[in-house]
Design a protein around this ligand. Structure first.
Ligand SMILES: [Zn+2]
Length: 66
């Protein structure tokens, strides 16, 4: 079950990978709150292909916690 989905509104943010305003962020499907600003997908699939999923984000974060 995925609680987080890519934001459906066509709002674009600055991509952490390429710094272009082509970045779609993940939102909590229940509260509509954004996840971290680095979690999302760039729509410049050929030139950038940045994609950081909520799953990876939480896995990475849990690894860093004591
Ligand atoms: Zn990008």
């Amino acid at each position: 079950m995925y609680k987080y989905t890519l934001e459906k509104k066509s709002v674009k943010h600055i991509c952490p990978g390429c710094n272009k305003k082509r970045f779609v962020r993940y939102v909590d499907s229940e509260t509509n709150e954004y996840l971290s600003h680095i979690v999302g997908r760039c729509d410049r699939e050929v030139n950038c292909a940045y994609h950081y999923s909520p799953k990876s984000y939480f896995e990475d974060r849990s690894c860093r916690l004591p």
